[in-house]
Design a protein around this ligand. Structure first.
Ligand code: AGP
Length: 608
């Protein structure tokens, strides 16, 4: 996915565009570009990181203009290059795009027959020429964008400037995010909130297939049938500081350290009389309609779903299955009328999860979204939405979003268990109180162990292959710990149920393949210790992460032992993941990796 910024108003456009692109660089960073209206449309674009663009701009003459658009790219069609960078131009316009145009070859054929010449390998250039084609006929920018939106299959968010129209920007979206804001010094558009944080306190989420016309004086919105509408405004609850690093070296470390606060912010507002209240029918009034639950997500969000499965089945005794969104959407799933489909997504814009949501809805299942971004596509498409209030998560590697997703799933488990009389009201209150108070305290205590964890990381950083093992919910935590380590340190790691390793994979264990054992579940402590003994006897260096209760048995079997701060065993896995996040972070730092922007990755995968 890509970053889009646009501005028209009383200020010089270039500083606003660069500021916005800097805030959006986490969305995509293999090339960047801007267009500004001076006497005509001036366009500058460069390959590589944003600094290449800012250096090019500084090296040239000062570009003066009050209207412009900008873009940071995460390539989907056409390798990262200046030629493929946005903005893309046509005879009468300049355009930036986020999304994927599925029928771009078909459009290219039609446009080529109309005399258009293609200079790039991107799908986006087809959109630029298509809008130009319709604009040539109608001489009406709004009509041209609507016509193009109807002709395009796929996902798009466009921001467009037309030659001869020096003050206005035009925008339309379908499937990709776009927000806009009107302020006393002009109008802004962006693909995400951090880009407009310094300039605006509230914003419009641009509705699907509605064209926004931004002028220095304000924004007008037009539907395809020409009606003018005024969308609902959302407040920006994030401070400018919250979207900055606040003194940490990386956004990831800042966000790891925000987890106790994020957990409190997410859990406490949902307690009424000490038990969870979600302000959504399916979990507050129609809960008996739930016969089974499917939890769907991608990557870390899916891993939170695995924790959700464990705790919902444990406390509420409702059958839960967890599915990878990209598999679910093509898997012809079996959905019953009493199936509750829970979709988890930090960004609320992940294409595969959106598609899974739409499939579930079309099959008549009730859909509940757990998302972190207000007004995001998934939050608006689902029947019900529970927001996690983790604040902006900028680092590509998700940490605090995962923890608060787990926290919400624990609360759902407690609520379902209470309503289904699996636990008493007093037990429910007690669980909720401990989750809201002792768990954040344990998380803060784990954060204070960073120095010790950092020393372990420096040993782990020397390896190229590694295993995580655990049993029960610890096996689910291992999956997330393994993903964290892989995606930012580039160490190949696998997570494996501890009891399964001996069925083949243990052949990979030797002195060059260390094992991280996560041990918080007392019920299977002895079994997991046996598994640790098995890998040790084959030469593995063992790093154990365990509860205090397990430490006495674990330490003699381990080369290094990290004893977690005291907390309920129920919540111990959530404390364990904090340690694994810190472990991954410092391992990546020790390996000089780009922690916040790992190679090949982007913060939200809004393409298939
Ligand atoms: C997590 O560290 C990864 N960056 C990735 O797996 C992410 O969790 C996944 O792409 C889902 O994103 P979402 O939560 O925004 O839907």
């Amino acid at each position: 996915m890509c970053g889009i910024i646009g501005y028209t108003g009383t200020k010089q456009a270039v500083p606003v565009l660069i500021s916005g692109l800097s805030a959006l660089e986490y969305r995509g960073y293999d090339s960047a570009g801007i267009s500004v209206y001076e006497e005509g449309i001036i366009t500058i674009k460069t390959e590589g990181r944003l600094k290449n663009l800012t250096n090019r701009i500084k090296a040239g003459r000062k570009i003066k203009g009050h209207t412009g658009i900008g873009h940071t790219r995460w390539a989907t069609h056409g390798e990262p290059s200046e030629r493929n960078a946005h903005p893309h131009l046509s005879s009468r316009l300049s355009l930036v795009h986020n999304g994927i145009i599925e029928n771009y070859q078909e459009l290219e054929q039609m446009l080529s027959s109309e005399g258009y010449r293609f200079r790039s390998e991107t799908d986006t250039e087809a959109a630029a020429h298509l809008i130009d084609y319709f604009y040539k006929q109608s001489k009406d920018p709004v009509a041209a964008l609507h016509a193009a939106a109807r002709a395009i299959r796929g996902s798009f968010a466009f921001a467009v400037m037309f030659k001869g129209d020096r003050e206005n920007l035009y925008a339309v979206r379908s499937g990709s995010p776009l927000i806009c804001a009107d302020t006393p010094n002009g109008s802004y558009l962006a693909s995400d909130i951090p880009a407009i944080l310094p300039f605006a306190k509230e914003y419009y989420q641009l509705p699907e297939n509605v064209v926004a016309v931004l002028s220095p004086k304000g924004i007008n919105f037009f539907t395809a049938d020409g009606a003018e509408i005024i969308p609902e405004k959302s407040q920006i609850t994030w401070s400018v500081e919250a979207a900055k690093k606040c003194g940490y070296n990386h956004f990831m470390l800042k966000e790891i350290n925000e987890q106790a606060e994020a957990l409190r912010n997410t859990v406490l507002p949902r307690l009424r009389d000490g038990v969870p209240y979600f302000d959504c029918d399916i979990l507050d009034r129609n809960i008996e309609e739930i016969g089974e639950i499917k939890i769907i997500g991608c990557g870390t969000a899916m891993h939170a779903g695995l924790v959700g499965k464990n705790v919902i089945e444990r406390f509420a005794r409702i059958p839960v299955s967890v599915e990878i969104a990209s598999e679910f959407r093509y898997g012809n799933p079996i959905l019953r009328k009493d199936t509750l489909v829970i979709l988890i997504s930090q960004s609320g814009e992940t294409a595969d999860t959106i598609a899974a949501l739409e499939l579930a809805k079309s099959a008549g299942a009730k859909t509940l979204a757990i998302v972190n971004v207000l007004g995001s596509t998934i939050s608006r498409l689902a029947d019900y939405v529970i927001y996690t209030w983790a604040g902006p998560e900028i680092s590509v590697a998700s940490t605090k979003a995962y923890t608060v997703q787990c926290a919400v799933l624990y609360q759902i488990a407690f609520k379902l268990a209470l309503v289904r009389h699996q636990i008493s009201e007093g037990q429910c209150r007690d669980l909720c109180e401990r989750q809201a108070n002792s768990l954040p305290a344990a998380i803060d205590a784990a954060l204070k162990m960073s120095g010790r964890i950092k020393r372990l990381s420096e040993k782990i950083a020397e390896y190229e292959n590694l295993f995580f093992i655990g049993r029960g919910i610890d096996a689910e935590i291992c999956k997330e710990g393994s993903l964290k380590l892989k995606e930012i340190s580039y160490i190949h790691s696998e997570s494996y149920p501890a009891g399964e390793l001996k069925h083949g994979t243990i052949s990979l264990i030797d002195a060059n393949v260390p094992v991280i054992a996560v041990i918080t579940v007392s019920q299977v402590l002895d079994k997991t210790i046996s598994n640790v003994r098995e890998v040790k006897s084959r030469g593995a260096t063992v790093f154990s992460v365990c509860t205090k209760a397990a430490a006495e048995a674990v330490e003699p079997m381990s080369d290094y032992t990290l004893v977690l701060p005291e907390t309920d065993e129920i919540f111990a896995p959530v404390v364990a993941i904090i340690a694994l996040q810190i472990l991954a972070y410092y391992t990546a730092v020790a390996r000089n990796c780009d922690v916040d922007k790992p190679r090949n990755l982007a913060k939200s995968v809004t393409v298939e």
